[in-house]
Design a protein around this ligand. Structure first.
Ligand code: AMP
Ligand code: GLY
Length: 424
Protein backbone atom coordinates (compact mmCIF):
# COMPACT_ATOMS: atom_id res chain seq x y z
CA UNK A 1 0.00 0.00 0.00
CA UNK A 2 1.19 3.56 -0.74
CA UNK A 3 0.88 6.01 2.15
CA UNK A 4 1.01 9.82 2.25
CA UNK A 5 2.05 11.39 5.54
CA UNK A 6 1.26 15.08 6.10
CA UNK A 7 3.59 17.20 8.25
CA UNK A 8 7.21 18.17 8.82
CA UNK A 9 7.96 17.78 12.52
CA UNK A 10 9.65 15.30 14.80
CA UNK A 11 6.22 13.73 15.25
CA UNK A 12 6.02 12.95 11.54
CA UNK A 13 9.61 11.66 11.42
CA UNK A 14 8.76 9.23 14.24
CA UNK A 15 5.57 8.15 12.43
CA UNK A 16 7.49 7.71 9.17
CA UNK A 17 10.13 5.62 10.99
CA UNK A 18 7.41 3.25 12.28
CA UNK A 19 5.44 3.17 9.02
CA UNK A 20 8.45 2.17 6.90
CA UNK A 21 8.95 -0.85 9.19
CA UNK A 22 5.56 -2.20 8.09
CA UNK A 23 5.50 -5.12 5.65
CA UNK A 24 2.22 -3.65 4.35
CA UNK A 25 3.95 -0.55 2.99
CA UNK A 26 4.95 -0.21 -0.65
CA UNK A 27 5.86 3.43 -0.86
CA UNK A 28 5.79 6.30 1.65
CA UNK A 29 5.32 9.91 0.54
CA UNK A 30 5.55 12.85 2.90
CA UNK A 31 4.36 16.44 2.38
CA UNK A 32 6.45 18.42 3.05
CA UNK A 33 8.71 16.32 5.33
CA UNK A 34 12.20 17.31 6.47
CA UNK A 35 15.82 16.19 5.96
CA UNK A 36 15.41 13.19 8.29
CA UNK A 37 12.13 12.03 6.74
CA UNK A 38 13.75 12.35 3.28
CA UNK A 39 15.91 9.31 4.17
CA UNK A 40 12.74 7.21 4.60
CA UNK A 41 10.12 8.70 2.31
CA UNK A 42 9.70 10.50 -0.94
CA UNK A 43 9.21 14.11 0.23
CA UNK A 44 6.89 16.14 -1.97
CA UNK A 45 5.93 19.80 -2.25
CA UNK A 46 2.17 19.86 -1.85
CA UNK A 47 0.03 22.68 -0.54
CA UNK A 48 -1.96 20.74 2.05
CA UNK A 49 -4.44 23.62 2.36
CA UNK A 50 -5.35 22.89 -1.29
CA UNK A 51 -7.47 19.79 -0.77
CA UNK A 52 -8.03 19.30 -4.50
CA UNK A 53 -4.26 19.15 -5.01
CA UNK A 54 -3.90 16.55 -2.24
CA UNK A 55 -6.70 14.45 -3.78
CA UNK A 56 -5.08 14.68 -7.20
CA UNK A 57 -1.72 13.62 -5.77
CA UNK A 58 -3.33 10.59 -4.07
CA UNK A 59 -5.00 9.55 -7.32
CA UNK A 60 -1.89 9.87 -9.48
CA UNK A 61 0.33 8.08 -6.94
CA UNK A 62 -2.16 5.39 -5.97
CA UNK A 63 -2.14 6.46 -2.31
CA UNK A 64 -4.48 4.26 -0.24
CA UNK A 65 -3.94 5.87 3.15
CA UNK A 66 -3.27 9.46 4.22
CA UNK A 67 -1.97 10.05 7.76
CA UNK A 68 -2.44 13.64 8.94
CA UNK A 69 0.05 14.75 11.63
CA UNK A 70 -0.81 18.37 12.61
CA UNK A 71 -4.09 19.86 13.82
CA UNK A 72 -4.60 22.65 11.29
CA UNK A 73 -5.42 20.43 8.26
CA UNK A 74 -7.72 18.36 10.51
CA UNK A 75 -9.66 21.39 11.72
CA UNK A 76 -9.81 22.53 8.07
CA UNK A 77 -11.52 19.31 6.99
CA UNK A 78 -8.82 17.55 4.96
CA UNK A 79 -9.97 14.16 6.24
CA UNK A 80 -13.60 14.92 5.28
CA UNK A 81 -12.59 15.74 1.70
CA UNK A 82 -10.33 12.67 1.36
CA UNK A 83 -13.08 10.41 2.67
CA UNK A 84 -15.63 11.89 0.28
CA UNK A 85 -13.25 10.97 -2.52
CA UNK A 86 -12.94 7.39 -1.20
CA UNK A 87 -9.39 7.71 0.18
CA UNK A 88 -8.80 6.33 3.68
CA UNK A 89 -7.51 9.05 5.97
CA UNK A 90 -6.28 8.79 9.54
CA UNK A 91 -7.52 11.63 11.74
CA UNK A 92 -10.86 13.14 12.80
CA UNK A 93 -13.37 15.00 10.65
CA UNK A 94 -13.48 18.79 10.96
CA UNK A 95 -16.55 18.50 13.19
CA UNK A 96 -14.84 16.03 15.53
CA UNK A 97 -11.60 18.08 15.48
CA UNK A 98 -13.53 20.79 17.35
CA UNK A 99 -12.41 18.91 20.48
CA UNK A 100 -9.09 20.70 19.91
CA UNK A 101 -10.29 23.59 17.73
CA UNK A 102 -12.69 25.06 20.30
CA UNK A 103 -12.24 24.97 24.06
CA UNK A 104 -15.86 26.08 24.54
CA UNK A 105 -17.06 23.10 22.48
CA UNK A 106 -15.10 20.72 24.71
CA UNK A 107 -16.26 22.37 27.92
CA UNK A 108 -19.90 22.13 26.81
CA UNK A 109 -19.41 18.44 26.03
CA UNK A 110 -17.90 17.96 29.51
CA UNK A 111 -20.98 19.64 31.03
CA UNK A 112 -23.36 17.45 29.05
CA UNK A 113 -21.55 14.18 29.79
CA UNK A 114 -20.50 14.99 33.36
CA UNK A 115 -16.80 14.71 32.56
CA UNK A 116 -14.54 15.93 35.39
CA UNK A 117 -12.79 19.18 34.40
CA UNK A 118 -12.13 22.65 35.86
CA UNK A 119 -15.18 24.89 36.50
CA UNK A 120 -15.38 27.61 33.84
CA UNK A 121 -17.29 30.48 32.27
CA UNK A 122 -17.07 31.65 28.68
CA UNK A 123 -16.98 35.31 27.58
CA UNK A 124 -17.08 37.28 24.36
CA UNK A 125 -16.22 40.69 25.81
CA UNK A 126 -13.62 42.12 28.17
CA UNK A 127 -15.75 44.04 30.74
CA UNK A 128 -17.78 40.97 31.77
CA UNK A 129 -14.67 38.81 31.86
CA UNK A 130 -12.85 41.33 34.05
CA UNK A 131 -15.80 41.63 36.43
CA UNK A 132 -15.76 37.83 36.75
CA UNK A 133 -12.04 37.63 37.66
CA UNK A 134 -12.38 40.42 40.24
CA UNK A 135 -14.59 38.08 42.24
CA UNK A 136 -12.56 34.95 41.55
CA UNK A 137 -9.85 33.38 43.70
CA UNK A 138 -6.29 33.41 42.29
CA UNK A 139 -4.60 31.89 40.38
CA UNK A 140 -7.09 31.76 37.53
CA UNK A 141 -6.64 30.42 34.01
CA UNK A 142 -7.53 32.46 30.89
CA UNK A 143 -7.76 30.58 27.59
CA UNK A 144 -8.33 31.73 24.02
CA UNK A 145 -11.14 29.59 22.59
CA UNK A 146 -9.52 28.62 19.26
CA UNK A 147 -6.24 27.23 17.97
CA UNK A 148 -3.32 29.33 19.21
CA UNK A 149 -0.35 27.02 18.53
CA UNK A 150 -0.11 26.11 22.21
CA UNK A 151 0.21 29.74 23.31
CA UNK A 152 -3.36 30.72 24.16
CA UNK A 153 -3.30 29.78 27.87
CA UNK A 154 -2.37 32.25 30.62
CA UNK A 155 -2.19 31.30 34.28
CA UNK A 156 -2.75 34.60 36.11
CA UNK A 157 -1.55 34.98 39.70
CA UNK A 158 -3.23 38.36 40.29
CA UNK A 159 -6.38 40.19 39.16
CA UNK A 160 -4.11 42.65 37.31
CA UNK A 161 -2.42 39.84 35.35
CA UNK A 162 -5.80 38.29 34.59
CA UNK A 163 -7.18 41.63 33.34
CA UNK A 164 -4.13 42.16 31.12
CA UNK A 165 -4.50 38.64 29.70
CA UNK A 166 -8.18 39.32 28.98
CA UNK A 167 -7.26 42.56 27.15
CA UNK A 168 -4.53 40.73 25.18
CA UNK A 169 -7.00 38.10 24.01
CA UNK A 170 -9.71 40.55 22.95
CA UNK A 171 -7.15 42.90 21.35
CA UNK A 172 -6.08 40.13 18.99
CA UNK A 173 -2.91 38.69 20.59
CA UNK A 174 -4.05 35.23 19.42
CA UNK A 175 -5.85 36.41 16.28
CA UNK A 176 -9.37 35.06 15.78
CA UNK A 177 -8.65 32.33 18.35
CA UNK A 178 -9.12 34.93 21.10
CA UNK A 179 -12.46 36.39 19.96
CA UNK A 180 -14.00 34.18 22.64
CA UNK A 181 -12.29 33.16 25.85
CA UNK A 182 -12.92 30.83 28.71
CA UNK A 183 -11.88 31.53 32.27
CA UNK A 184 -11.42 28.48 34.43
CA UNK A 185 -10.38 27.46 37.92
CA UNK A 186 -6.74 26.61 38.47
CA UNK A 187 -6.20 22.89 39.01
CA UNK A 188 -3.31 21.60 41.07
CA UNK A 189 -1.78 18.12 40.94
CA UNK A 190 0.50 16.30 38.53
CA UNK A 191 -0.04 16.45 34.77
CA UNK A 192 -0.01 13.53 32.37
CA UNK A 193 -0.90 13.02 28.74
CA UNK A 194 -2.74 9.92 27.56
CA UNK A 195 -3.09 8.89 23.92
CA UNK A 196 -6.00 6.81 22.64
CA UNK A 197 -6.72 5.40 19.23
CA UNK A 198 -10.48 5.90 18.76
CA UNK A 199 -12.67 4.43 16.03
CA UNK A 200 -15.86 6.25 16.95
CA UNK A 201 -16.96 3.63 19.51
CA UNK A 202 -13.88 1.90 20.88
CA UNK A 203 -10.85 3.53 22.50
CA UNK A 204 -7.51 1.76 22.76
CA UNK A 205 -4.84 3.24 25.02
CA UNK A 206 -1.68 3.70 23.01
CA UNK A 207 0.40 4.97 25.89
CA UNK A 208 1.05 7.71 28.40
CA UNK A 209 3.66 10.46 28.35
CA UNK A 210 4.77 13.61 30.06
CA UNK A 211 6.17 16.56 28.17
CA UNK A 212 8.13 19.62 29.25
CA UNK A 213 6.42 22.70 27.81
CA UNK A 214 8.62 25.44 29.28
CA UNK A 215 11.85 26.48 27.61
CA UNK A 216 13.96 26.66 30.79
CA UNK A 217 15.41 24.15 33.24
CA UNK A 218 13.18 23.31 36.18
CA UNK A 219 10.14 23.99 33.94
CA UNK A 220 10.58 27.77 33.93
CA UNK A 221 10.35 30.49 31.27
CA UNK A 222 8.00 30.84 28.31
CA UNK A 223 5.91 28.00 26.90
CA UNK A 224 7.11 26.18 23.79
CA UNK A 225 5.71 23.39 21.63
CA UNK A 226 7.58 21.02 23.97
CA UNK A 227 11.29 20.74 24.88
CA UNK A 228 11.28 17.04 25.71
CA UNK A 229 9.11 14.17 26.88
CA UNK A 230 9.17 10.72 28.38
CA UNK A 231 6.88 7.70 28.40
CA UNK A 232 5.31 6.21 30.45
CA UNK A 233 4.01 8.96 32.78
CA UNK A 234 4.66 7.42 36.22
CA UNK A 235 1.66 9.16 37.82
CA UNK A 236 -0.77 7.04 35.75
CA UNK A 237 -1.42 3.77 37.59
CA UNK A 238 -4.01 1.10 36.73
CA UNK A 239 -6.73 2.83 38.77
CA UNK A 240 -6.21 6.21 37.09
CA UNK A 241 -6.12 4.46 33.72
CA UNK A 242 -9.54 2.90 34.39
CA UNK A 243 -11.00 6.15 35.70
CA UNK A 244 -9.80 8.11 32.66
CA UNK A 245 -11.30 5.54 30.31
CA UNK A 246 -14.66 5.28 32.16
CA UNK A 247 -15.17 8.88 33.30
CA UNK A 248 -13.52 10.85 30.49
CA UNK A 249 -12.75 9.00 27.24
CA UNK A 250 -15.83 6.78 26.79
CA UNK A 251 -18.31 9.56 27.73
CA UNK A 252 -16.50 11.81 25.21
CA UNK A 253 -16.87 9.24 22.43
CA UNK A 254 -20.53 8.78 23.33
CA UNK A 255 -21.13 12.54 23.34
CA UNK A 256 -19.47 12.90 19.93
CA UNK A 257 -21.63 10.11 18.49
CA UNK A 258 -24.73 11.78 19.89
CA UNK A 259 -23.76 14.94 18.03
CA UNK A 260 -23.33 13.03 14.77
CA UNK A 261 -19.58 13.60 14.87
CA UNK A 262 -18.01 10.28 15.89
CA UNK A 263 -14.37 10.74 16.81
CA UNK A 264 -11.86 8.73 14.78
CA UNK A 265 -8.14 9.21 15.13
CA UNK A 266 -5.83 9.83 18.08
CA UNK A 267 -7.39 11.50 21.06
CA UNK A 268 -4.72 13.12 23.21
CA UNK A 269 -6.06 13.87 26.68
CA UNK A 270 -4.15 16.37 28.82
CA UNK A 271 -5.01 15.53 32.43
CA UNK A 272 -4.42 16.86 35.91
CA UNK A 273 -4.24 14.14 38.53
CA UNK A 274 -4.61 14.69 42.25
CA UNK A 275 -6.17 12.87 45.22
CA UNK A 276 -9.67 13.37 43.75
CA UNK A 277 -8.76 11.49 40.58
CA UNK A 278 -8.12 12.68 37.03
CA UNK A 279 -9.56 15.87 35.52
CA UNK A 280 -9.48 16.80 31.85
CA UNK A 281 -7.40 19.92 31.10
CA UNK A 282 -7.75 19.77 27.34
CA UNK A 283 -8.01 17.55 24.31
CA UNK A 284 -5.86 17.50 21.22
CA UNK A 285 -6.97 15.51 18.21
CA UNK A 286 -3.56 14.31 17.01
CA UNK A 287 -0.35 12.83 18.31
CA UNK A 288 1.68 15.12 20.59
CA UNK A 289 5.00 16.48 19.44
CA UNK A 290 7.41 15.42 21.02
CA UNK A 291 5.25 12.82 22.84
CA UNK A 292 4.79 10.84 19.62
CA UNK A 293 8.55 10.31 19.41
CA UNK A 294 8.65 8.49 22.75
CA UNK A 295 5.47 6.52 22.01
CA UNK A 296 6.80 5.29 18.66
CA UNK A 297 10.10 4.39 20.36
CA UNK A 298 8.13 2.05 22.66
CA UNK A 299 5.46 0.73 20.28
CA UNK A 300 6.13 -2.85 19.23
CA UNK A 301 4.70 -4.41 16.10
CA UNK A 302 3.14 -2.83 13.07
CA UNK A 303 1.59 0.65 13.24
CA UNK A 304 -0.30 0.47 9.93
CA UNK A 305 -2.92 -2.15 10.99
CA UNK A 306 -3.69 0.01 14.05
CA UNK A 307 -4.20 3.08 11.86
CA UNK A 308 -6.35 1.12 9.39
CA UNK A 309 -8.46 -0.42 12.19
CA UNK A 310 -9.07 3.08 13.56
CA UNK A 311 -10.50 4.10 10.19
CA UNK A 312 -12.45 0.83 9.64
CA UNK A 313 -13.94 0.92 13.16
CA UNK A 314 -12.41 -2.45 14.04
CA UNK A 315 -10.20 -1.51 16.98
CA UNK A 316 -11.86 -4.13 19.19
CA UNK A 317 -9.78 -6.70 17.26
CA UNK A 318 -6.50 -4.87 17.89
CA UNK A 319 -4.02 -4.75 20.74
CA UNK A 320 -1.22 -2.35 21.53
CA UNK A 321 2.09 -3.80 22.69
CA UNK A 322 4.58 -1.41 24.24
CA UNK A 323 8.17 -2.07 25.16
CA UNK A 324 8.16 -1.92 28.98
CA UNK A 325 11.37 0.14 28.98
CA UNK A 326 10.79 3.89 29.28
CA UNK A 327 11.73 6.21 26.42
CA UNK A 328 12.83 9.82 26.67
CA UNK A 329 13.41 12.52 24.07
CA UNK A 330 15.42 15.73 24.32
CA UNK A 331 14.53 18.51 21.89
CA UNK A 332 17.42 20.52 20.45
CA UNK A 333 16.21 23.95 19.33
CA UNK A 334 17.72 26.98 17.60
CA UNK A 335 19.15 29.59 20.03
CA UNK A 336 16.42 32.15 20.68
CA UNK A 337 13.47 29.74 20.39
CA UNK A 338 10.56 30.22 21.24
CA UNK A 339 11.42 33.82 20.22
CA UNK A 340 13.22 34.68 16.99
CA UNK A 341 16.19 32.61 15.84
CA UNK A 342 18.65 32.37 12.95
CA UNK A 343 17.97 29.99 10.06
CA UNK A 344 20.53 28.05 8.06
CA UNK A 345 22.98 27.24 10.88
CA UNK A 346 25.01 24.08 10.22
CA UNK A 347 24.65 20.94 12.36
CA UNK A 348 27.31 18.24 12.30
CA UNK A 349 27.79 14.93 14.05
CA UNK A 350 24.10 13.97 13.94
CA UNK A 351 24.62 11.12 11.45
CA UNK A 352 25.26 7.55 12.49
CA UNK A 353 24.18 7.96 16.12
CA UNK A 354 21.10 5.76 15.71
CA UNK A 355 21.03 2.28 17.21
CA UNK A 356 18.68 -0.25 18.79
CA UNK A 357 17.90 2.01 21.73
CA UNK A 358 18.46 5.42 20.24
CA UNK A 359 17.03 7.41 17.36
CA UNK A 360 17.33 10.99 16.24
CA UNK A 361 14.10 12.35 14.83
CA UNK A 362 14.40 15.52 12.78
CA UNK A 363 12.02 18.49 12.94
CA UNK A 364 13.12 21.80 11.36
CA UNK A 365 16.01 20.51 9.26
CA UNK A 366 16.98 20.70 5.59
CA UNK A 367 19.95 19.71 3.46
CA UNK A 368 21.71 22.68 1.87
CA UNK A 369 24.89 22.23 -0.21
CA UNK A 370 25.44 18.85 1.42
CA UNK A 371 25.15 20.28 4.96
CA UNK A 372 22.43 19.54 7.48
CA UNK A 373 21.02 22.93 8.48
CA UNK A 374 18.45 24.16 10.97
CA UNK A 375 15.45 25.89 9.40
CA UNK A 376 13.02 25.90 12.34
CA UNK A 377 12.69 26.52 16.07
CA UNK A 378 12.61 22.91 17.22
CA UNK A 379 15.17 21.03 15.15
CA UNK A 380 16.19 17.61 16.48
CA UNK A 381 14.63 15.10 18.89
CA UNK A 382 17.30 12.98 20.54
CA UNK A 383 15.40 9.89 21.62
CA UNK A 384 16.50 6.89 23.68
CA UNK A 385 15.11 3.93 25.58
CA UNK A 386 16.57 2.49 28.77
CA UNK A 387 15.61 0.20 31.64
CA UNK A 388 14.77 3.33 33.65
CA UNK A 389 14.01 6.95 32.76
CA UNK A 390 17.44 7.75 34.21
CA UNK A 391 19.18 5.34 31.84
CA UNK A 392 17.20 6.61 28.84
CA UNK A 393 18.12 10.16 29.85
CA UNK A 394 21.83 9.35 30.15
CA UNK A 395 21.79 7.68 26.74
CA UNK A 396 20.01 10.65 25.12
CA UNK A 397 22.42 13.22 26.57
CA UNK A 398 25.44 11.14 25.46
CA UNK A 399 24.11 11.53 21.91
CA UNK A 400 23.49 15.27 22.45
CA UNK A 401 27.16 15.61 23.45
CA UNK A 402 28.26 14.20 20.11
CA UNK A 403 26.30 16.74 18.08
CA UNK A 404 28.19 19.85 17.06
CA UNK A 405 25.76 22.75 16.68
CA UNK A 406 26.93 25.97 18.38
CA UNK A 407 23.72 27.79 17.39
CA UNK A 408 21.47 25.25 19.11
CA UNK A 409 20.53 24.44 22.70
CA UNK A 410 18.55 21.96 24.75
CA UNK A 411 17.32 21.63 28.32
CA UNK A 412 19.63 19.51 30.45
CA UNK A 413 16.98 18.20 32.85
CA UNK A 414 14.39 16.40 30.71
CA UNK A 415 12.74 13.72 32.84
CA UNK A 416 13.75 15.28 36.17
CA UNK A 417 10.49 14.56 38.00
CA UNK A 418 10.40 10.90 36.93
CA UNK A 419 14.07 10.45 37.78
CA UNK A 420 13.59 11.99 41.24
CA UNK A 421 10.76 9.46 41.74
CA UNK A 422 13.03 6.59 40.63
CA UNK A 423 15.72 7.73 43.06
CA UNK A 424 13.41 8.20 46.05
P1 AMP B 1 -3.59 23.62 27.46
O1 AMP B 1 -3.12 24.29 26.19
O2 AMP B 1 -5.04 23.78 27.77
O3 AMP B 1 -3.03 22.22 27.65
O4 AMP B 1 -2.81 24.38 28.60
C1 AMP B 1 -1.42 24.48 28.60
C2 AMP B 1 -0.91 24.20 29.97
O5 AMP B 1 -1.47 25.14 30.90
C3 AMP B 1 -1.31 22.84 30.52
O6 AMP B 1 -0.48 21.82 30.12
C4 AMP B 1 -1.24 23.10 32.01
O7 AMP B 1 0.11 23.04 32.44
C5 AMP B 1 -1.70 24.51 32.14
N1 AMP B 1 -3.13 24.58 32.45
C6 AMP B 1 -4.16 24.67 31.58
N2 AMP B 1 -5.33 24.70 32.22
C7 AMP B 1 -5.06 24.63 33.55
C8 AMP B 1 -5.85 24.64 34.74
N3 AMP B 1 -7.18 24.76 34.71
N4 AMP B 1 -5.20 24.55 35.92
C9 AMP B 1 -3.86 24.46 35.97
N5 AMP B 1 -3.06 24.46 34.90
C10 AMP B 1 -3.64 24.55 33.68
N1 GLY C 1 3.68 18.71 23.12
C1 GLY C 1 2.42 19.31 23.17
C2 GLY C 1 1.59 19.15 21.99
O1 GLY C 1 1.90 18.41 21.07
O2 GLY C 1 0.53 19.77 21.94
Amino acid sequence: MNVLLIGSGGREHALAWKIVQSPLLDKLYCAPGNAGIANLANCVELDVADHAAVLQFCKTHNVKLVVVGPEVPLVNGLVDDLEKAGIAAFGPSAKAAALEGSKTFTKQLCDRKNIPTAQYQDFNNAPKAKAYVRNHSMPVVIKADGLAAGKGVIIAQTVMEASNAIDDCFEGEFGDAGAEIIIEDFLSGEEASMFYLCDGGTALLLGTAQDHKRVGEGDTGPNTGGMGAYSPAPVVDAKIERQVMDEIILPTLEGMREMGAPFKGVLYAGLMIDGDGPKLIEYNVRFGDPECQVLMMRLEGDLLPLLMATIDASLTDQQVALNPDPALTVVMASNGYPGSYAKGTVISGADDLNGDNCQIFHAGTALQDGNLVAIGGRVLNITARGNSVGEAQARAYRMVDRIDWPEGFCRCDIGWRAIAREES
